[in-house]
Design a binder for this molecule. Structure first.
Ligand code: PMP
Length: 295
């Protein structure tokens, strides 16, 4: 926090701090060799995440008091001091200080997380019933959806609360135009006739690091990817649907509005993509080693 590695209990700020005006990043470090094992960690998508953090800061007019390299070194120091040998989540948080004209606060909490990827991981195939939210995804004439700011997550919280009230696990947003946008905390991909389809950035989505990587690596499996707008009924009529994101990794969706997807659950293409992604994250695919930054 602000230049030092400190215990969470000592990472205190005044209640007058405008933390709610802040931005953040969600980054993951995975164990080398096997995402379900213990061992050395590699940060996935460091370059992409750090660039988005800087873009979020620019969009929200926040000063970044450290360089990209200093932030990386701080994260490494934090992981090493914690002796982490399991997959670790890293969440840099930046917000303007209460005193005017001073630098931003920078805090980087880190904690271990359970992946749903990896061979025969029972978490992967858990049932996930989604609904189409009656809330629309925020649009860029109100707030920039491309910035990862805390304010945008109020939009997601409304959709999540509505889904829980209605007995669902989570929700999918439509955008202001009525086209499918994304999940509440991750991007959405569907499978139709052997092809993966995902909405464009202009559908008010967060410019997801994971989505960008998926679009690049899925064709390696002989599966074409198309970025295009689609409607709610086309979503219902999909063979498979899954979320992609740093937190969500590759999360299969069982049903939307109680309509099950055509090709069983989890869908075979979703499974194939998740298995390949786990290998990429573990550093077992040479072609994508450049997405991994050793701790
Ligand atoms: N959309 C939203 C609303 C999100 O919160 C996230 C998670 N950061 C994503 C998409 C996925 O983005 P990424 O792949 O960069 O984690």
């Amino acid at each position: 926090m602000n230049g030092g590695v400190i215990e969470t209990k000592d990472a205190l700020v005044s209640p007058m701090e405008p933390i709610h005006l802040g931005i953040f990043e969600g980054i993951k470090a995975y164990v080398e060799g096997d995402v379900l094992g213990d061992g050395d960690l590699n940060i996935f998508g460091w370059e992409q995440h750090i660039e988005r953090l800087w873009r979020s800061a620019a969009a929200d007019g926040l000063a970044m008091p450290y360089s990209r390299e200093e932030l990386l070194e701080a994260i490494r120091a934090c992981i090493i001091r914690n002796d982490y040998v399991k997959n670790t989540y890293i969440q840099p948080r930046i917000w303007p200080r209460a005193e005017k004209n001073s630098e931003s606060h920078v805090v980087v909490p880190t904690w271990p997380f359970d992946t749903l990827l990896g061979k025969e991981n029972p978490l992967f195939a858990e049932e996930r019933r989604f609904m189409v939210s009656s809330w629309r995804r925020l649009s860029s004439d109100a707030l920039p959806p491309q910035a990862k700011s805390w304010a945008n997550y109020q939009n997601s919280m409304h959709a999540i609360r509505e889904a829980k009230r209605c007995g669902y696990d989570n929700a999918v947003f439509l955008d202001k135009r009525g086209f499918v946008s994304e999940g509440t905390l991750a991007c959405l991909m569907v499978v139709r006739d052997g092809k993966v389809i995902t909405p464009p950035v202009t559908a008010s989505i967060l410019e997801s690091v994971t989505r960008g990587c998926f679009i690049e690596f899925i064709p390696d499996l002989g599966i074409p990817v198309e970025v295009k707008d689609f409607t709610r009924v086309e979503l219902y009529a999909s063979d498979e649907a899954f979320l992609c994101g740093t937190g969500g990794e590759c999360t299969p969706i069982t049903s939307i509005d109680d309509i099950k997807f055509g090709k069983g659950y989890p869908g075979p293409i979703t499974e194939q993509i998740a298995e390949y992604y786990a290998e990429i994250l573990a550093g077992n695919v040479k072609k994508y080693k450049h997405w991994l930054t050793p701790v």
